[in-house]
Write a protein that binds this ligand. Structure first.
Ligand SMILES: Cc1cc2nc3c(=O)[nH]c(=O)nc-3n(C[C@H](O)[C@H](O)[C@H](O)COP(=O)(O)OP(=O)(O)OC[C@H]3O[C@@H](n4cnc5c(N)ncnc54)[C@H](O)[C@@H]3O)c2cc1C
Length: 340
């Protein structure tokens, strides 16, 4: 059954905790619900549209003058398995970390490094979530979607998703047009853990044997110690992407800033740590109105209480300008800006 609510408050549906609302909020549990809703309320098709999971990657500029759709598709089912692999189809409304816990409990390898990333399964392919050297693209077989404009179904195999660093076809071409309904993941039964990123290997060793469970525990402990809990301090995780630069630019930056984190990519490009650049530029802990740069993690912008989206955006723009002036590097937001 769908549920349509006018003048819906979004404060508890965005992790910045911004006090904004939507003209309409529509919860759907199946594609038939969408068809029924637009048959009964055809004007909804004319409304500006926003698909929302848990709202942990969104920055609202003002009240949203349109229709917000919450796809509450739940459930897990095994699409295929043999001795080596299991393919699991998961509903878009399932909490991402519940899926990770489920996989680890069953001894299935592939998503353990992505433990405790907030949000829902349906959003995971949209920005190709990643952490500790793993991206969700590594384990996705298929993304099933409903086209909200013509009510057609479309399945995308991994290649067709055009996954890249924190992006995909769902973010670039079909944002708020294709609604992810289910995602099929391929997990390994006889897999290997991957701890070659940052201090993960050391954190796992401190917990005991290098097992799937200990990778999950180590990732959770590290994330809890580094990142502010949005329930306590509104934030959306990393505000900016790590910029991708040429090897020459990275080498010049390393000469200037010793200790700069660099991650080698293919084709002569390098990813450099945005948080480090922001910290070196002197922004860690700085406040602007009700917004601030977190005092433990310069990549995270926070709502100190009562901030507006514009205040957070103004802070982010001041940081972008300063980092560009000081280091010649353009920072791009990872967070999705939502105009009203
Ligand atoms: C404390 C914290 C830590 C974080 N750490 C990480 C991290 O380590 N790595 C990382 O990659 N991200 C991280 N994030 C960002 C965020 O968790 C992810 O982007 C997550 O996938 C967002 O899920 P969501 O359900 O909240 O999506 P939302 O914020 O609701 O939406 C995000 C985007 O996806 C679209 N969308 C959502 N659901 C659907 C759907 N079913 N169909 C089509 N489009 C949809 C929305 O329109 C929007 O454009 C972090 C966020 C926080 C608050």
């Amino acid at each position: 059954m769908y549920k349509l609510v006018p003048n819906f408050p979004l404060k508890h549906h965005n992790s910045f905790g911004l006090d904004v609302s939507a003209s309409y909020w529509l919860t759907i549990e199946s594609t038939e619900d969408w068809n029924s809703a637009i048959a009964q309320y055809p004007h909804l098709l004319q409304e500006k549209r926003l698909i929302v999971g848990a709202g942990t990657n969104l920055l609202f500029m003002r009240d949203f003058d349109g229709l917000v759709i919450s796809p509450d598709f739940f459930g897990y089912s095994i699409a295929y398995q043999d001795d080596q692999i299991v393919e699991l189809e998961v509903g878009a409304g399932v909490e991402w970390d519940d899926l990770v816990a489920h996989c680890v409990k069953n001894g299935w390898f592939g998503v353990e490094n992505l433990s405790l990333i907030p949000g829902k399964v349906g959003a995971a392919p949209v920005q190709n979530i990643g952490a500790y050297g793993v991206e969700v693209a590594d384990v996705i077989v298929k993304v099933n979607c409903l086209n909200l404009e013509n009510t057609e179904f479309k399945s995308f195999n991994n290649d067709q998703c055009h996954f890249n660093y924190r992006t995909s076809i769902f973010k670039e071409k079909y944002l708020n047009q294709l609604m992810v309904t289910t995602v099929v993941f391929r997990l390994q039964k006889q897999g290997k853990i991957f701890t070659g990123y940052g201090d993960l290997e050391k954190s796992v060793r401190e917990l005991g044997v290098p097992s799937l469970e200990n990778v999950r525990r180590a990732v959770i402990l590290t994330r809890e110690s580094k990142l502010p809990d949005p329930k306590v301090l509104g934030n959306a995780g990393s505000f900016f992407k790590n910029p991708v630069v040429t090897e020459e630019v990275a080498a010049a930056l390393e000469d200037l800033l010793s200790g700069l984190p660099v991650y080698q990519l293919i084709d002569g490009f390098v990813k450099v740590g945005a948080g480090f650049l922001i910290e070196q530029a002197g922004w860690k802990g700085r406040k602007l109105g009700h917004a601030a740069v977190h005092d433990m993690q310069a990549l995270v912008l926070v709502n100190r209480g009562g901030a507006s989206g514009q205040e957070i955006l103004a802070l982010s723009q001041a940081i972008q300008l300063d980092v560009l002036e000081k280091y010649g590097v353009k920072l791009e937001p990872e967070v999705q800006l939502v105009e009203g």
